[in-house]
Design a protein around this ligand. Structure first.
Ligand code: FAD
Length: 470
């Protein structure tokens, strides 16, 4: 009798516990991906990118003599229909920890068990599952450093090898066509512009990890903050879709650390921020929607997205070159440098006094490495409303940050065409990506002053913070 392997964000053959378990007994395996309401709700770029992950992995499965069956609808109904059609006795999947996925998965698991099936979930999206790490008092961690100290020396099993063979059924159930799903339909910007910047598929992720550990990891700690250097791994995108496992990256990092590569442990430490984000989203799921800390609900943040300053922020037209460069980098590549994420988030939530939720939603719309846990944690961290957050009164000055981390203005010139007489390819590609009704052109005059001045915005934010009623 066949076994169903339900894929969600785990588009890899290597280190895939659910796939391995499904293949274990030699029963025919039916891999399925379901376009359900959880996926339907994703922002434009992550949904489009997910479609590409599905397409690529379907090819991988084909090469391995298997197939990826595509179905649309509520997950439980789809799985039950497949069970009816194929006579499957078991369903395997890898666990996710965000509130939407958990709600769905818990309901699916108990219903399938009631139907008398083996419904088995496996770990693999993170290195440490959220419940594996506990404080001395038996609770969860709210601060990163002790979390890191708690996991740093733990034993982590080596990644699993890819299954040797994925047994195929005699006949395959019917499948939807991916083209009919139009997963890129919400991409208002030119997907053709973003496409060449992607790091797509398991092989590319593996190659990137190898290149990073051979060429960049030793200098990672020293260089990772500089906006104008490619010093980081760029693995957040494949990690988000499970095209590489976090455990594989953990072991690769430690191996380099053992050979004495200086920056290597720091890489593992950053990687574990992702686990920490999942630890938080699991134990405090409201982090995705509401202020994590009490009191912040009464803070006078603006949530009106029609305001000029919010629109200018989204469009990379605030008049602050480093903020505009970063917003355009995200629009063109689907990614943004980590320090730039902190700067634009700080400018939005402090100088522009705009709610972090507005920024969180725009990132979800634009990022190809969108991750429900890291994005929520990142925004609340910068805004000051989150766990282990930067205090609200610590307000980044984007100009001094730019002087420090983009001293030669390479990053700003790379992305903001209006700052150069002869703008380069990247800066110009932004204008191919944006919708026409943004009415922006490379030869526009650059704003003479920022939409909200740095000292004016800082004073306003600090006053609001001092007058808060919590
Ligand atoms: P590297 O520096 O090579 O780090 C290796 C890996 O460690 C990353 O791939 C990532 O998985 C993890 N990591 C590193 N820094 C962080 C961090 N601060 N938080 C969580 N994980 C981290 N990351 C996302 O993956 N998706 C998001 O939607 C996202 N939104 C963010 C929003 C804001 C406001 C901020 C401040 C940060 C956000 N981050 C997000 C975290 C971080 O910016 C990215 O993970 C990082 O820039 C990815 O680049 P990289 O893969 O080259 O990272």
């Amino acid at each position: 009798t066949p076994v169903i392997y339900w894929m969600r964000r785990d588009f890899r053959l290597a280190d895939n516990a659910a796939l391995r378990a499904a293949c274990e007994d030699g029963h025919p395996v039916i891999p399925v991906f379901i376009l359900d309401e959880v996926v339907e709700r994703h922002g434009a770029a992550p949904k489009w990118r997910l479609g590409l992950a599905v397409e690529r992995f379907a090819e991988t499965l084909k090469d391995a003599g298997s197939r990826l069956i595509l179905r649309r609808g509520a997950a439980l109904e789809v799985l039950r229909a497949l069970v009816d059609e194929t006579g499957a006795q078991a369903v395997h999947w890898n666990r996710l920890y965000d509130p939407d996925a958990r709600r769905r998965d818990e309901a699916v698991k108990s219903a399938l068990k009631d139907d008398g099936l083996d419904a088995v979930s496996h770990g693999g999206h993170v290195v440490f599952e959220p419940w594996r790490v506990e404080t001395g008092a038996g609770g969860f961690y709210k601060v990163y450093s002790p979390f890191w100290r708690a996991v740093r020396g733990l034993d982590v099993p080596e990644p699993l090898a890819a299954p040797g063979k994925i047994p195929a059924p005699g006949t395959w159930p019917a499948t939807d066509s991916l083209d009919d799903w139009h997963m890129g339909a919400a991409m208002r910007r030119g997907a053709d512009v973003v496409r060449p910047h992607l790091l797509l598929g398991e092989d590319a992720a593996r190659d990137r990890l190898d290149m990073f550990t051979q060429e960049r990891i030793a200098e990672y700690k020293a260089k990772r903050d500089f906006l104008d250097v490619n010093a980081t791994s760029g693995l957040s995108e494949p990690l988000s879709y499970g095209e590489i496992s976090a455990r594989t990256c953990w072991h690769a990092g430690w191996r380099e650390a053992e050979t004495g590569a200086k920056g290597a442990e720091h890489f593992v430490k950053e990687l574990i921020w992702r686990d920490f984000a999942y630890h938080l989203i699991y134990h405090t799921p409201h982090i995705t929607r509401d202020n994590w800390r009490e009191g912040w609900d009464s803070f006078p943040w603006n949530e009106d997205e029609r305001l000029k300053e919010v629109r200018d922020w989204k469009r990379g037209r605030t008049g602050l070159p480093v903020v505009d460069a970063a917003m355009r980098e995200m629009y063109v590549t689907g990614r943004m440098h980590n320090r730039a994420r902190m700067l634009v988030a700080s400018y939005l939530t402090k100088h522009l006094m705009t709610h972090w939720r507005v920024g969180q939603a725009w990132f979800e719309e634009c990022l190809v490495d969108w991750d429900p846990a890291s994005n929520a944690m990142g925004w609340q961290w910068v805004a000051g409303s989150g766990p282990d957050a930067a205090p609200y009164f610590r307000i980044f000055n984007p100009e001094t940050q730019a002087e420090k981390f983009d001293a030669e203005q390479k990053y700003r010139r790379k992305w903001v065409a209006e700052l150069s007489d002869a703008p380069g390819e990247e800066a110009l590609s932004y204008f191919e990506a944006i919708p026409e009704n943004w009415h922006m052109a490379p030869d526009d005059a650059y704003p003479e002053a920022p939409v909200v001045g740095l000292s004016e915005g800082r004073t306003r934010a600090l006053e609001a913070y001092e007058n808060r009623d919590f």
